[in-house]
Design a protein around this ligand. Structure first.
Ligand code: 4AD
Ligand code: MG
Length: 431
């Protein structure tokens, strides 16, 4: 018996196979009955002909409800009209479970209802397609770094201090009356890793207790963060550009069907090629002001500002050298313009905004100590981090790519909540 997955059905033309899956749809016309089933890899049509199968098995069609689980055995036949170009002429049907009335009907539901049923919503074709793209994005990103000699180094989730500002920390009790915080970024640990391995990356969940209720913010999101020793801002800008080009190319080839399901305009993705444009923060401010936005030099760009700028470019665009005041303590000041830091944000095209943030790191012990104090952080707590500047300190740089923002952009879905299996938002911890 050939137990196969639906994506492979074309290889079994003329053979007897067994498919295991769930019912998507059924219909009957006289002596012929049709089941459309999915198994997570695709959708297949199963045809039941009364005269060609056991009566008992033919009758098992009757009680089947939407999402009932079934195991079907039959002959694979070419059929132009069937989804996937093949159908299965059933000889046996084994019912695993008759599903209760399924709450997600093919009609329109509100997003609150769908998020409450996220554990089931994952089965819907569009959600399934987004998460298949997510799988490719993570695989392609990890492979990109692996092939360039990076070592994957996992960062801790429970941390003693803040990395990205103290206002967005999730706090939890730790032993002996200590406090621990959920990691906002693995970066500081990757800096230690870069001094041990040269080139490292981590990929894992990160947490921000940000009170931002936007389509770009999750309280728990995934980030891939490379860190490179003996590297500067331009090196990591090249690395980030090449990473994004590689990921988009991989999705275009591996997820062609998923992009169709999502009705994604492929041309927009095919346009994502090197070189990306790069503008300074100063120039970005001028663009905003020329568009009548009352933007003051020194502030960080907001979502609307990013959208206005990235809408003007067909490809992702780098913005570099933000004011010191807008960025975290670890970024290195530009020796040629000390009121800005050697940093970059990569804004995705089509108004999606920032998907990558990175910088050169301050490598001088005294300068870093001063920055910690200015940020209101305690240098004692960062003693291990300052050690990295005592023992063979070198210029180094890195960045973080937000997985969900990248996936939302590539898929063309407006909100990051659909780009993660189980989103965590300010008002959502369920399911
Ligand atoms: O710009 P961020 O805050 O940079 C860092 O955390 C650095 N320590 C990374 C590094 O240099 N190793 O975050 C990096 C990326 C953003 O560009 C965005 O894509 C994503 O992480 N991100 C979020 N995604 C979803 N929800 C949020 N609340 C996010 N905050 C940041
Ligand atoms: Mg950022």
């Amino acid at each position: 018996m050939n137990k196969i997955s639906i994506d492979n059905i074309g290889k079994y033309d003329g053979q007897r196979v067994t498919l295991s899956g769930w019912l998507v749809h059924k219909r009957s016309s006289g002596k012929i009955r049709f089941l459309v089933m999915r198994d997570g890899t695709g959708v297949a049509q199963v045809t039941l002909v009364k005269s060609e199968m056991d009566k008992d098995h033919f009758e098992r069609y009757e009680p089947l409800t939407l999402e009932s689980s079934v195991v079907v055995t039959g002959l694979v036949k070419k059929d132009k009209r069937a989804p996937g170009g093949h159908e299965v002429l059933a000889s046996q049907i084994v019912v695993v479970q008759i599903a209760e009335e399924y709450p997600i009907a093919p009609k329109e539901h509100g997003v609150g209802f769908l998020l409450d049923h996220r554990h089931l919503w994952l089965r819907s074709s569009k959600q399934h397609a987004v998460l298949k793209v997510r799988h490719t994005v993570i695989r392609a990103a990890r492979r990109f770094f692996d092939e360039q000699g990076f070592t994957a180094l996992d960062a801790p989730i429970l941390t003693p201090v803040a990395c990205e500002g103290t206002t967005s920390l999730f706090e939890t009790d730790y032993f002996e009356e200590q406090k621990a915080y959920l990691s906002q970024s693995g970066q500081l640990y990757m800096e230690a890793g870069a001094m041990a391995f040269g080139k490292v990356y981590c990929c894992g969940p990160t947490f921000r207790a940000e009170k931002s209720k936007t389509r770009r913010h999750l309280t728990e999101f995934w980030m891939i963060e490379p860190e490179v020793a003996f590297a500067g801002l331009s090196d990591i800008m090249e690395l980030a550009e090449s990473l994004i080009v590689t990921i988009v190319k991989e999705v275009l080839s591996a997820n062609a069907e998923d992009l169709k399901t999502l009705e994604r305009d492929r041309e927009k993705l095919e346009a994502i090629k090197s070189p990306f444009e790069s503008i300074s923060y100063d120039k970005a401010v001028r663009i905003l002001q020329d568009h009548g936005v009352p933007f003051e030099w020194g502030n960080d760009l907001g979502a609307a500002d990013e959208t206005l700028i990235s809408d003007r470019f067909e490809r992702p665009v780098f913005i570099h050298r933000y004011p010191v005041s807008a960025k975290p303590f670890y970024m290195k000041n530009d020796p040629e313009k000390p009121d800005v830091v050697l940093c970059m944000d990569l804004l995705a095209s089509e108004g999606y905004g920032e998907i990558i943030g990175g910088s050169a790191r301050e490598e001088d012990k005294d300068a870093l100590h001063k920055k910690l104090v200015e940020a209101g952080l305690s240098p004692e707590q960062f003693s291990w981090y300052l050690d990295l500047r005592k023992y063979g300190s070198v210029p180094h740089a890195g960045f973080g790519m937000g997985i969900e923002r990248t996936v939302a952009w590539i898929c063309g879905v407006p909100h990051v909540r659909e780009a993660i299996p189980f989103p965590r938002l300010i008002q959502r911890l369920y399911p």
